[in-house]
Design a protein around this ligand. Structure first.
Ligand code: 3HC
Length: 302
């Protein structure tokens, strides 16, 4: 990939200090992986309560990781958890925490205006060399970056749920992302122990562009009466080797998220049959049945 813009301020920049905005599932998962690989992380959200929950979530997930990784050395596992947790600070002051950040990574609500406002404000407060990145799953990085004056130091860094388990990171460069910034983001992904792939700033990048239409077609197939959700899930697990069937995956990702993504794409490209709506999805979302996180989606959860 050749990049038009070049920026000397981030030449060979190694990312060590990371500020992550958003203590939800994705933000906390990224914080966990970054802290586990020796990075210093500040996790930022709007309230101490949310952040305490994020820390609890990280600890819980670390216990699951350690149970496997240190199966025959539980003390070493406990030590590892302590060490990792020492690398994670929490803060409700994004402006202050970004002062020492090599990377500012955003994982907040999928709302373009809210993201633009956040980055616009922090652009004025952050040091010149801080790289900005968004974990958006479906909004154009170019649109988010437009609220800042660091177009060359702005990219996408898209992780997958559950972050500690999923090995992929999509690194997204816009037409103005500098090669140095792009390389830093690639190297950071590798330093996290992940495998990065290079993506253009196109809707859904690679994974969601293929995965979301696939999930939608599974719902429509079911709506046409061509298969029960249980059979479709079994079919894709045993016939295509997917770890979860499309209905299970929808529940796992969140029906609200899937609907948000497909509605956004459909608005921009209304005649694309891949982006056609599903009445069943719309109905469940209207009823507040978002999947695993609310206890019910296509299936019920304890
Ligand atoms: N943290 C740490 N360890 C975890 C974990 C987590 N959050 N989730 C799972 N594990 C590990 C644990 O070791 C667990 O064992 P444990 O239950 O004894 O602790 C082990 O994985 C096995 O987990 P499960 O028994 O619950 O189930 P699976 O074997 O099916 O594995 C899975 C779980 C890794 C989630 C697997 O089902 C999977 O890969 N599913 C597909 C996920 C996927 O496609 N994600 C992408 C979604 S799209 C996306 O994120 C993009 C966004 O923009 C929409």
């Amino acid at each position: 990939i050749s990049r038009a813009f070049s920026s000397s301020v981030v030449k060979n920049a190694v990312i060590k200090n990371v500020t992550i905005i958003g203590g939800g599932q994705m933000g906390a998962g990224i914080a966990q992986v970054a802290a586990s690989t020796g990075h210093t992380v500040t996790l930022v959200d709007t309230s101490e309560d949310i952040l305490k929950k994020s820390r609890k979530g990280i600890e819980g997930s670390l216990k699951r990781v350690v149970k496997k990784k240190f199966a025959d050395k539980p003390e070493a596992g406990e030590e590892f958890i302590q060490k990792v947790m020492q690398n994670v600070s929490i803060s409700t002051d994004a402006g202050a925490s970004v002062q020492t950040a090599d990377l500012l990574l955003e994982a907040i609500v999928e709302n373009l205006k809210v993201k633009q406002e956040l980055f616009g404000q922090l652009d004025k407060l952050a040091p010149a060399n801080t790289i900005f990145a968004s974990n958006t799953s479906s909004l154009p990085i170019t649109d988010i970056a437009s609220s800042t004056n660091r177009l060359d130091r702005f990219g996408g860094l898209h992780f997958f749920n559950p972050v500690p388990m999923m090995k992929l990171v999509e690194v997204v460069g816009t037409s103005t992302t500098s090669q140095e910034t792009f390389d830093s983001l690639l190297n950071f992904s590798k330093a996290l122990g992940k495998t990065p792939v290079s993506c253009k700033d196109t809707p859904g990048f690679i994974v969601n562009r293929l995965l979301v239409p696939y999930m939608m077609e599974a719902l429509r197939l079911h709506e046409r009466g061509h298969g029960s959700k249980e059979d479709i899930d079994i079919a894709m697990k045993l016939g295509a080797g997917y770890p979860m069937g499309p209905f299970e995956l929808c529940d796992y990702v969140g029906l609200d998220t899937v609907k948000f993504i497909i509605d956004g794409w459909s608005e921009k490209d209304p005649h694309n049959p891949l982006f056609a709506p599903s009445e069943l999805l719309n109905k469940l979302v209207a009823e507040g049945k978002y999947g695993k996180k609310t206890g019910e989606g296509f299936y019920k959860y304890k």
